[in-house]
Each structure stands twice: as C-alpha cells, then as structure tokens.
Design a protein around this ligand. Structure first.
Ligand SMILES: Cc1cc2nc3c(=O)[nH]c(=O)nc-3n(C[C@H](O)[C@H](O)[C@H](O)COP(=O)(O)OP(=O)(O)OC[C@H]3O[C@@H](n4cnc5c(N)ncnc54)[C@H](O)[C@@H]3O)c2cc1C
Length: 548
C-alpha cells in the first residue's frame, strides 16, 4: 500500500470513529493498558484478531501448553484484590487455567466493552496535520486516535513450516499456535510432530502418553531441564498470598523478574565437587533456577558454559536408554542457556517408550509432505495427525504484518529493515504517538513477561498522565536518543554468548524469508537497569523525547 498524503487522510477523517487511544492486542499487555487508560478517563478502543481476550493463552491451546514461570509470579500484581481472590491450582499452570484467569480479569474489570474482537489491524498511518493515527482493519474499516499503542506480543506471528506439499496432507494438521477449541484425540493414531523447541517439547511429552505411534521430526535439538511442577494446596496458596509483597519485591530485583537470581560466584570459584552438587541441586528444583539462578558467568563465559552444558548433556544420557537416540537429543551447536531454556516433564523418558520414534532431519531431511504423511530422504512416514510445533517469527514478526507508516509515509518495516531502532524499546523516531509495549529493545522478551509488561504499561500511563496534565498531544523520540539507545543495546549484548546462536531470541527463523541474520532484539542489561533507565528519563521531564 502506498503512503496516503496527510491532507487526504484528514479529509477522509470525516465520519471516521475517533478515540483518544487505540490499542492493538488483547493479551496481558493490551488488557492492562486498556484498564489504565480508562483510569485516566481516556476513550479507548482495543482491536484484537481473536474472538476473546488472553493473547498467547487464547491461541496456544495445544496439548501440554503450560507456564515455565511460577504461576504466582506471573499473574498481574497491580490489584491486591485480584491477587487475593485468585487461587492458582498448580505451580506451573496449564493453558486452560491461565486462560480462565485472564477471562476472570476481563470480567472483573469489565474490559470487553472496549475491545473489538475478530478485528485485525492491517495498516496504520500517521496524519501529521491532524496529529492522529489512522488505523485500517483487514476488513477495510477505519478508525482514528491520537495515540496508537501496540500490545502485539513477542510470540504472536506463528510460522508454519516451509515444506513442499504441505497443502496436500489428507489427515488432520494443526499449528500449535492455532490449535482448535475442540479437543483433538490421539488414541491409537499415528501422530507426527515437526519441531522440538519449547512448544514441541511440551506437545511431545504429552501426546506420547496416548498416541498409537508418535514420530518426532527433529531439525535441531534443544537443551531442556526438568520443570518439577506440582499442585498447590489451599494451605500453600494461603501462604503464597501472605507473601505476595515479598515475592514481587524479589521479582523486581532479579534480571529476568523471575524469583531466581544468578549466583554471584563464578563457575571457577568452587571445586568441581561443589560445582556438581550445585548443578544437581538446581536440576532438582522447580522452574528456571538451573538457567536464571546458575553461576553468574554461565551465559557469558564459554568455558563456564561448557561445564554446565556437559552436566546437562550427561543428564540426557542418563535418562535416555538408547545411547544413539540420546546423542541425537543433545545439541552440538549451542551451549545450555544460550537459547530460552524449555522446561520439561518426562520429555526425555518419552523416547524410551516403544511408541515413540525420533527422526533426525539433519541425517534424513524432509523432502515433502504427501497426502499420506511426511516423506524424508529415507522413507515415507504415514500419519493420521500432523502437528506443526514450528514456533514464531518472534519479537518483530507481528509488527511486520502491519503496514505502519510514520512521518512522510515512512514504513516501519523499512526503518527497522536492518534491525529495530528505538528509544527505550517504546518509541521510534519518525513515528510520533506510537508506543510499542513489549516491543524490540525492551527488557521484556527475556523476562517473566507480565512483570515487564506492568513496567511498560505503567511507564506509558505515567507519560499519558503527564501529557494530559500539560495539554500535550505529541510525543516523539529524538534521533539522538534513539541512536544512543540502539547503540547501547548492541553494546550490552557484546559479552553474551546467546548473541552467537541462532534462535528466536536473535530473530532467526528459517521458515521466514529474510530472517536468517542474527539481530540484537532485546535489552540485555537486566530488568532493574531497564526500569531505572525508563524512570530516569521520565523524572528528567522525558529527556530524549519531543513533547508538544
Ligand atoms: C506456549 C507459550 C508459553 C509461554 N510461557 C511463558 C511463561 O511461562 N512465562 C513468560 O513470561 N512468558 C511465557 N510466554 C510468553 C507470552 O507470550 C507472554 O508471557 C505474554 O502472554 C505476552 O503477553 P502480550 O500481551 O504481550 O502478548 P500476547 O499474549 O501475545 O497478545 C498479543 C495479542 O495481540 C493480538 N494481535 C497481534 N497482532 C494483531 C493485529 N495486527 N491486529 C489485532 N490483534 C493483533 C494477538 O492476536 C494477541 O492476542 C509463553 C509463550 C508461549 C507461546
């Protein structure tokens, strides 16, 4: 779509419904943003592709979908009443429980009346004369607002695999992020799963329990560690509630806003025996401790990382009976913790079952999908159900799907063509009044995400309050502030091992054209430093922004 001149836009604006703010996305970020903007008395409309709230937890209904964040650290912290009335049933809640929670939030705060569902934003253009955004939905409807706030999520733009013949498969096929609302059964069926990332791991360990035969098509293995989930008794929930202030205070201190804090020691400060005992302890504990609570140099020092990686590889060898299969499940192209670590519950033991077979696509690549199943260079695997656990075009993928045009009709896709350019991960020069919650260059993608969402939303709320109080209607990052932030983002990642590894965290996705170059997509200084940087900018009267 070509840029529409501002004057035409202004003319066309007559009769176009106009709001103070438009929010795109009704996941955790969009819901909270709506609640806060309403609190400021603003007239808001949220557009959401899905038929209801929940975002990630609305779409990802696949078997086995659940948290790797502790449930009681993941919920919204902004409302004491909400914290008091919601009882989590498991330490790492399954998708239906989280979706029920988000529905409860939507009911409690009466959010749905300002959310337009089945409404996909296809384009947004800034009208410089009117200082408004004009938003166009996929169906052609147009709306206007002073502020456009994206709450698109980091794992939203799902990516089906690029395989010849995909449309010819005669059985049942689903991508995990577009899983149907009706139950899908596997009893006695021949099931295939393509993909062994975080989602694939959850699906495989779950489907293996009932499938007649499960074939796992693995392109690259991932390191994974035990989740150690368990139910929460009423007494335990009462105890958690009594400690919420301390729990959220802890989350504010840690780099990833989890309860887990890096051990201040270096891997080399201790004897090999002490090291082993420490790894064992972490491996036996619930959640991300093994990743986020490990020695401070595990994700920055190659040698330290190698020692931890060897420990995890040994665990895989211990748990998988067939040594040949075990070797195939151990990544050789990256170290433990240099990709977001999937947490598992019996994943490796699934490969000890007679009904589970691992196909290593590095040895025998897929040639095509056929009406009967999957054909590799070795043979054809006949399947009744095919599951694509092939993930997302992460962080910037959902932005790329919208034709966002800033000043002078500049497309955001073009501006971010060589990698995102932002100030605080919340604004981009040339795109006034566009605020990008949980966008690139934010601390959020590495985070226990709702904690970072609350920070982002509260920062934007403060900005809006400031603008309201001072009669301002225009906010735009300066080029200098954006240049500095973007340079800082690169610098902060320099010492991190993850930046040399292909993963969604470095924006690499072989199923998406042009996503084969690693990029620094996140702020790596840790959430506390990010929060401090954001607060200082606000305290100094929004230094680095033009306000008018
Ligand atoms: C399977 C899975 C498990 C996860 N587990 C964890 C976990 O344990 N801990 C953790 O911290 N994070 C986890 N995450 C990350 C998760 O995405 C975040 O925790 C959180 O849900 C993000 O909320 P959000 O509101 O930012 O985005 P989302 O929940 O992704 O919501 C974005 C919404 O925007 C809508 N949208 C996007 N583009 C458009 C458009 N153009 N027009 C209209 N609507 C649009 C989408 O439909 C979606 O509903 C997980 C992600 C997945 C996929």
């Amino acid at each position: 779509m070509d840029a529409v001149p501002a004057t035409d836009l202004a003319a066309a604006a007559r009769g176009v419904p106009t709001f103070d703010a438009i929010v795109v996305g009704a996941g955790i970020a969009g819901m909270y943003m709506l609640h806060n903007l309403r609190g400021l008395g603003l007239d808001v409309r949220v557009f959401e592709t899905g038929t209801d709230v929940g975002g990630t937890w609305y779409w990802n209904r696949y078997p086995g979908a659940r948290f790797d964040s502790e449930s009681w650290t993941y919920g919204y912290a902004f409302s004491k009443e909400l914290l008091e009335e919601w009882d989590w049933k498991e330490h790492f809640a399954p998708q239906p429980e989280t979706l029920a929670y988000l529905n409860h939030v939507a009911d409690k705060f009466d959010l749905r009346r300002d959310i337009q569902f089945e409404a996909t934003v296809a384009a947004a253009a800034f009208d410089e004369a009117a200082r408004q955004w004009e938003v166009t939905l996929a169906g052609g409807e147009r709306f206007r607002a002073t502020f456009l706030i994206t709450a698109l999520g980091v794992l939203t733009a799902h990516t089906p695999p690029k395989i010849d013949g995909i449309e010819t498969f005669a059985g049942v096929a689903h991508h995990t992020a577009r899983w149907p609302k009706e139950p899908v059964t596997f009893e006695g069926k021949r099931v295939g799963v393509i993909g062994t990332g975080a989602t694939g791991i959850q699906v495989i360990q779950t489907v293996a329990k009932t499938a007649g035969h499960l074939t796992v098509f693995q392109r690259r293995p991932n390191f994974s560690a035990p989740l150690h989930n368990s139910p929460i008794s009423p007494e335990e929930m009462a105890d958690i509630k009594s400690r919420y202030d301390a729990i959220f205070a802890r989350c504010r201190e840690t780099p990833g806003c989890f309860i887990h804090m890096n051990d201040p020691r270096s891997t080399f400060d201790v004897t090999p025996e002490e090291r082993e005992a420490f790894y064992e302890k972490l491996y036996g504990e619930p959640g991300f401790g093994i990743w986020q609570g490990n020695f401070r140099d595990m994700t920055t020092d190659l040698e330290a990382n190698k020692i931890a990686t060897d420990f995890i590889a040994r665990k895989i060898r211990e748990r998988v009976n067939d040594p040949v299969v075990a070797e195939k499940l151990i990544p050789k192209d990256h170290g433990f913790g240099t990709r977001r670590v999937p947490l598992e519950s019996g994943y490796f033991e699934a490969y000890n079952q007679d009904n589970v077979e691992l196909v290593c696509l590095q040895e025998t690549p897929i040639e095509r999908i056929t009406p009967k199943g999957v054909k590799t260079t070795d043979r054809e695997y006949e399947l009744d159900v095919l599951i694509y656990a092939t993930g997302f075009d992460a962080v910037t993928g959902a932005f790329d799907k919208i034709d966002i045009r800033g000043k002078g009709g500049l497309p955001l896709r073009q501006k971010w063509g060589d990698g995102p350019r932002t100030f605080l991960g919340l604004q981009s020069e040339g795109f006034p009044n566009l605020l990008t919650l949980v966008g690139p260059h934010n601390a959020a993608a590495r985070c226990n995400i709702p904690r970072c969402i609350e920070q982002n939303v509260e920062w934007v709320t403060r900005l809006m309050r400031h603008m309201q109080a001072n009669g301002l209607t225009y906010v735009e990052a300066t080029r200098a502030a954006e240049d500095k932030w973007t340079a800082d983002i690169e610098k902060l990642a320099e010492h991190m091992l993850y930046k040399d590894v292909d993963s969604w965290m470095t924006g690499v996705n072989r199923n998406v054209e042009g996503k084969d170059v690693r990029r620094i997509l996140q702020y790596q200084g840790g959430a506390p430093a990010y929060r401090k940087a954001c607060d200082e900018i606000a305290d100094r009267g929004y230094e680095g922004f033009v306000l008018a």
